[in-house]
Ligand binder design. Structure first.
Ligand code: AP5
Length: 210
């Protein structure tokens, strides 16, 4: 099964993709996490991506597509994958089709913009493994430390309020048109993001049938 999670920054795509990975064993692939790792490692893709990420813009398609192709070519993705944060514009969706990737279902996690900024301010992400926490909704057992690997859980550079607003603008201009793209193919299901993470999880599992 090949799934896509779509939604505004901070809507909960990564959180839900991780729940589905735990339940089904299908690998979750986050282009955002891969790009942040590339930035940390100062690879050529990371150096090309950083300035776009810092201002809340999309990284050029050729940079992201290169990273994605490598990842979905790995053995664990042979029987399907969950894409979290890809595609991000209609051109990227067309590239997926040109690659021969057949998408079974696109889940949009919908959260109104007003709620997004509050969520982002509490998010903490492990610098080492990318696991995500929230100071209020999903606190780490030891504040500032990752439950899974003990790495430092810190605020992402692009979670500052001004960058979040820019990411939201980019989402509405470039990514939201994907809803019509996939709805037209009969592949879109929308899940309303709930106050409690577990309530969204239940609705997401229902939508996928897992
Ligand atoms: P990326 O990392 O994909 O960021 P994003 O889309 O902005 O999404 P987020 O990771 O911020 O949010 P999320 O929806 O996964 O929410 P989460 O589950 O963490 O991309 C970063 C940047 O990389 C982009 O700006 C771009 O520059 C670049 N990029 C990436 N992919 C690209 C591509 N394909 N093309 C071009 N550029 C690309 O949840 C958020 C917080 O809320 C968490 O703390 C969580 O615990 C909490 N939370 C979750 N659910 C709930 C709930 N129900 N109630 C309360 N809190 C909740």
């Amino acid at each position: 099964m090949n799934l896509i999670f779509l939604g505004a920054p901070g809507a909960g795509k990564g959180t839900q993709a991780e729940f589905v990975r735990e339940k089904t064993g299908i690998p979750a692939i986050s282009t955002g996490n891969m790009l942040r790792e590339a930035v940390r490692n100062k690879t050529s893709a990371g150096l090309a991506a950083k300035e776009y990420m810092d201002r809340g813009d999309l990284v050029p398609d050729e940079v992201v597509v290169g990273i994605l192709k490598d990842r979905i070519g790995e053995d664990d993705a042979g029987n399907g994958f969950i894409l979290d944060g890809f595609p991000r514009n209609v051109r990227q969706a067309e590239i997926l089709e040109e690659m021969g990737v057949d998408i079974d279902l696109v889940i949009e996690i919908h959260v109104p913009d007003e709620k997004i900024c509050a969520r982002m301010s509490g998010r903490r992400v492990c610098e080492k493994c990318g696991s995500s926490y929230h100071t209020e909704y999903k606190p780490a057992k030891i504040e500032g430390k990752c439950d899974l690997c003990g790495g430092d859980a810190v605020q992402r550079d692009d979670d500052k309020p001004e960058t979040v607003l820019s990411r939201l603008k980019t989402y509405h201009e470039k990514t939201a048109p994907l809803k019509d793209f996939y709805a037209g193919k009969g592949k879109l299901k929308t899940v309303e993001g709930q106050e409690l993470v577990d309530d969204t999880k239940r609705l997401t599992f229902e939508a996928i049938g897992c």
